[in-house]
Design a protein around this ligand. Structure first.
Ligand SMILES: O=P(O)(O)OC[C@H]1O[C@H](OP(=O)(O)OP(=O)(O)O)[C@H](O)[C@@H]1O
Ligand SMILES: O=c1cc[nH]c(=O)[nH]1
Ligand SMILES: [Mg+2]
Length: 219
């Protein structure tokens, strides 16, 4: 896997990451969503450097101009519900992307420490030969990413796959590294040290879905 940890280099990204982690600033859900969206824009920009480009001529009011424009047919798939603000950020830059949505959530069957991933809702265009971007802000165990990828397989074989995430635990990064093809890209804003016993990223930020959209009752 080609892992791109964007915070390896200091940039304005650090400010947005710091705000989504900050327990005081987190109290403002609009700011939380907007910061995830802004991080999605940065990750999208970084990802765009790996796309294919072809030379085209456009007309300015004064002359012709040669420009290199991306040619990939992008399908942007986000995992509900925490994926929505990240999806919006990516879509701000990939104007023409087709979109897919999938629900994957942790179902705590017996106790808070053990869970399985439930995939219920799935809407997806044809993926054959396309550039698939799978977006989920939290890469904890990595199981949601893999369950999503498995669920998308009947929709065609993408030409390339890009995973996009905001905060990953090293364990989740290792998991996707071991379970996706070696030419899959991972664009991640930062990687944290570990998971706690409930599968939350430490230090992480808490529950991204709840912070963006309010606390949900466990089913
Ligand atoms: O890497 P994993 O261990 O699979 O965990 C990450 C998943 O957990 C979160 O979703 P959650 O189940 O909290 O659902 P939500 O978006 O509805 O809050 C997050 O958005 C990922 O989808
Ligand atoms: O730390 C985590 C792990 C999974 N989902 C979250 O929202 N946060
Ligand atoms: Mg959640």
């Amino acid at each position: 896997m080609l892992i791109h940890n964007i915070s390896n280099q200091d940039s304005i990204l650090n400010s947005f990451l710091s705000e989504i982690r900050d327990i005081t600033i987190q109290k403002d859900p609009m700011r939380f969503r907007r910061n995830i969206e802004r991080i999605g824009e940065i990750l999208g920009y970084e990802l765009s450097k790996s796309l294919n480009y072809s030379s085209q001529i456009i007309k300015t009011p004064l002359d012709n101009c040669n420009v290199n424009l991306p040619t990939n047919e992008i399908v942007l798939c986000s995992i509900l519900r925490a994926g929505v603000p990240l999806h919006n950020g990516l879509l701000n830059y990939f104007d023409k992307a087709e979109n897919a949505f999938i629900s994957a959530y942790r179902h705590h069957k017996h106790n808070p420490e053990s869970f399985e991933i439930i995939v219920e809702y799935l809407a997806c265009p044809n993926l054959e030969g396309k550039t698939l971007i799978l977006a989920d802000p939290m890469l904890a165990t990595g199981q949601s990413m893999l369950a999503t990828y498995e669920a998308l397989k009947p929709f065609g074989t993408p030409k390339e796959i890009h995973l996009v995430s905001v905060i990953g635990a090293q364990e989740g990064v290792d998991f996707v590294n071991n379970n996706f093809d070696k030419d899959t890209h991972l664009w991640i804003a930062t990687i944290d040290e570990k998971l706690n016993e409930k599968g939350y990223i430490i230090p992480g930020l808490g529950d991204a879905g709840d912070l963006a959209f309010g606390q949900k009752l466990q089913q």
